[in-house]
Design a protein around this ligand. Structure first.
Ligand SMILES: [Zn+2]
Length: 338
């Protein structure tokens, strides 16, 4: 026999894969890419370096060049229109989003987007914006990285701080507490950390310099960028009592609208994991007047099954080939976390 069973099976599997790839290219999907910070030369910050996600300005520009020729970048208006009319997305629909309001978004990302006429979303927590203070994750990272103390003792557990990787491991543990414990348990965590770590909070000017201002955001919305809400304090909504969740959702929207003089229709849940918000949160977000809300546990969005209050986003840094594959074959590359 010219072809044995094994090679026949392999040939069939290969044909089937080609067929699925072709089908995947034809199915419409919305892929939402998320970024936090960009760096020009090297990620250099006294705060949390993990929010750069390994994305340099050069790499971002390379992605934009490819997207311009191979995808359709949707504005907030276009995306809302697709959702409202339950219309299929255009082929290879992509939305670009940035969270947390870092200054490099204005300095680096905005010019790169504007020169190509590409819209993006910027999700801004109003507490940091108006009080000019960085969020808890950056404060935790700053304190742990600068501390002269060799061991941090917290609730009977000793965290050794000898060397950068031990410090990063400690930062991860502390940040995880903020993401999962009820708010009452972490309310005074940064103050008690500053004391135990014998380190002062970062100076106001240092924090201020890391964040975009209201003027930056006004200029960006004037140039076609969308500004969305990211709550007021950036506390994880699921860790808050319902009335606190509502206040965060309502205040974040109201303050942004007041500052920008335009309606705020989109929301991104802080942290955005499956356990960061619940059905109650989604209902309250709808009641607060949001038309759509974004999560951050990966996955792609199909027109038939999309939940406007849980639009999937992916923040993972991928090598360039994997990035383009995530747009061309989103169903295969982008898996939602459990
Ligand atoms: Zn955030």
């Amino acid at each position: 026999m010219a072809m044995d069973v094994k090679s026949l099976t392999e040939a069939l599997a290969w044909r089937l894969e080609l067929f699925w790839d072709r089908l995947e290219r034809l199915r419409t999907a919305l892929v939402v890419v998320n970024y936090h910070r960009l760096y020009a030369r090297a990620p250099d910050t006294p705060f949390d370096p993990t929010v750069y996600g390994g994305i340099s300005l050069d790499y971002f520009r390379r992605q934009l060049r490819w997207l311009r020729d191979n995808a359709r970048i949707l504005s907030e208006e276009e995306l809302l229109d697709c959702l409202a009319r339950r219309r299929a997305f255009p082929r290879r629909a992509v939305a670009l989003t940035f969270d947390d309001g870092y200054r490099d978004n204005y300095d680096l990302a905005f010019p790169a987007l504007r020169e190509r006429g590409m819209p993006a979303f910027f999700f801004i927590p109003t507490g940091p914006l108006l009080d000019r203070r960085l969020g808890w994750w950056d404060i935790v990272a700053y304190l742990v990285r600068r501390s002269p103390v060799p061991v941090l003792e917290l609730e009977g557990v000793r965290h050794r701080l000898d060397g950068p990787s031990a410090r990063q491991a400690c930062i991860n543990i502390l940040q995880e507490r903020y993401k999962t414990l009820p708010e009452a348990k972490t309310r005074h965590l940064t103050a008690s950390l500053a004391e135990k770590l014998e380190t002062a909070f970062p100076p106001a000017a240092l924090q201020d310099a890391e964040l975009m201002t209201v003027e930056h955001l006004r200029e960006m919305t004037g140039a076609g960028m969308a500004v969305g809400a990211h709550t007021h304090s950036h506390r994880v909504l699921a860790t808050l009592a319902p009335q606190e969740q509502r206040r965060e959702l309502v205040e974040g929207k109201r303050l942004l609208e007041e500052q920008l003089g335009r309606p705020v229709r989109s929301l991104a849940y802080p942290v955005g994991r499956r356990d960061s918000f619940g059905e109650e949160t989604k209902r309250m977000a709808r009641e607060a007047g949001y038309s759509m809300a974004f999560s951050l546990y990966s996955g792609c969005n199909r027109p038939g099954s999309l939940d406007p209050m849980d639009i999937r986003r992916s923040a993972k840094r991928r090598p360039f080939d994997a990035f383009t594959a995530s747009i061309l074959y989103p169903g295969r590359v982008l898996r939602a976390a459990r």
